[in-house]
Design a protein around this ligand. Structure first.
Ligand SMILES: C[S@@+](CC[C@H](N)C(=O)[O-])C[C@H]1O[C@@H](n2cnc3c(N)ncnc32)[C@H](O)[C@@H]1O
Length: 403
């Protein structure tokens, strides 16, 4: 198999199978890989991908790919000039919240931290000419003297992906998703410190699916035609100075997004709101804890989440909305409050219908028939029943107090 050894691991190159669900599988033979060039349409998702992974991962990768979800037609997003930022991703037409914006296939999957040049150089030559052209057309914020070209491009563009097998950090270089430029209004929680843009951000989230070797980008809020679709590359809950320092060290640019261009007093207010959200997220009242504790007020969870929603709204951190609203719906279900449950559940369904249809279907079913609600935290109206029981027991206790 050959490969390159670093510390106690051997890294190898592996061509992904390209034919979705069919028998046409590309082997590790370069000539065969070159055969697919003509069938690789420019405008659509890439069909060739090379993995640079440790040897034990290779047999665990899919031998045949499942079909990816359909790329929207006509497209929701186009890559075009974004001025001093280089290229950018823009809404080609109005995009509703929850829509799948695009489907991308990686050109390469590489380790986050492999300080040897040869495998990255070999990866470039292993790619089909078309895939190589698309990969090298991506931005590279690293000097060629410091990083081989393929690694520099990965450090600038890759999103973190989970692979089977021994633990290791890997990133997928996609042709279109990373065209989304940075803005400091996105929630970052699952990003690798070593890899860039987002598997989860606040305006658009990206979900990677290994069986179909595809990544889907979803709208977390509506976009108007022509609007730029952005991610956050850094921890958006950090203060402006820390965000700016991280962007300049990692990507060598200065962000001038609305949150970064605020005058000092407004910037201090924005930093305070983000710090409050960070503190809230560390200390927040969790649904399970609230559900299990009758000493907490019935409206405690809604009140705590409303506070976070208001902070997130004030900073345009839209990606927080789904988990918060979902918690509120579940709390309303435990309280047996049907109108409040439906108000939250409808919002969950609206935002998840495309991104997470199973979740949307569960909430739709619960709206239809609340008695089917059964979750780890309890059943429909359970907290209300507990409260009534406690009240009854208290009355009995009161009656039994001797005069
Ligand atoms: C992942 S790429 C984004 C797409 C890139 N603009 C392109 O042309 O392919 C990251 C690079 O884009 C540029 N960039 C992204 N967001 C920016 C912003 N808000 N302001 C200035 N440059 C930005 C920086 O050069 C950064 O290293």
């Amino acid at each position: 198999m050959g490969g390159w050894t670093h510390v106690d691991q051997t890294f190898v190159l592996h061509n992904a199978p390209i034919a979705d669900g069919s028998d046409e599988i590309i082997t590790d033979d370069r000539e065969e890989a070159a055969l697919v060039v003509d069938s690789e349409p420019e405008s659509c998702i890439a069909t060739a991908c090379v993995f640079l992974v440790t040897a034990p991962i290779v047999p665990l990768l899919p031998a045949v790919l499942a079909p990816p979800p359909p790329d929207p037609d006509p497209p929701y997003a186009v890559v075009r000039d974004a001025g001093w930022k280089g290229a950018g991703l823009f809404a080609a037409r109005d995009i509703p919240a929850g829509a799948r914006i695009l489907v991308d296939r990686p050109l390469a999957i590489v380790p986050a931290d492999l300080p040897i040049r040869e495998p990255f150089d070999a990866l470039l030559t292993r790619l089909t000419p078309n895939a190589r052209k698309r990969l090298t057309a991506l931005a590279n914020c690293k000097a060629l003297a410091d990083h081989p070209e393929a690694e520099g491009i990965a450090l600038t563009n890759a999103i973190r992906v989970e692979l089977p097998g021994p633990p290791g950090e890997y990133g997928a270089v996609l042709p279109r998703v990373p065209r989304a430029n940075h803005r400091c209004v996105a929630w970052h929680h699952s990003l690798s410190p070593a890899l860039t843009p987002a598997s989860c951000a606040l305006h658009a989230s990206v979900v990677f699916d290994l069986p179909s070797l595809s990544a889907s980008m979803y709208a977390l809020r509506p976009f108007a035609a022509g609007e730029e679709i952005t991610h956050s590359y850094v921890d958006v809950l950090g203060p402006r100075a820390a965000r700016q320092a991280a962007l300049s060290a990692r990507y060598a640019f200065r962000c001038d997004c609305p949150a970064c261009a605020l005058p000092p007093a407004a910037a201090a207010k924005s930093d305070a709101a983000r710090a409050a959200l960070r503190a809230w997220s560390a200390l927040r009242l969790r649904l399970g804890a609230w559900a299990a504790d009758p000493c907490r007020a019935d409206d405690a969870l809604h009140a705590s989440h409303a506070e976070a929603l208001a902070l997130a709204e004030s900073e345009a951190l839209h990606g927080l909305r789904v988990p918060l609203i979902e918690d509120c719906a579940r709390a309303s279900a435990l309280l047996g409050d049907y109108p409040a449950f439906c108000a939250h559940a409808q919002e969950v369904v609206r935002l998840c219908a495309v991104m997470d249809p199973e979740r949307a279907a569960r909430f739709t079913q619960w709206m239809r028939d609340p008695t089917t609600f059964a979750e780890p935290e309890g059943r429909w109206g359970q907290r209300k029943k507990q409260r009534e029981e406690l009240e009854r027991n208290r009355e009995i206790d009161d009656m039994s107090i001797p005069w």
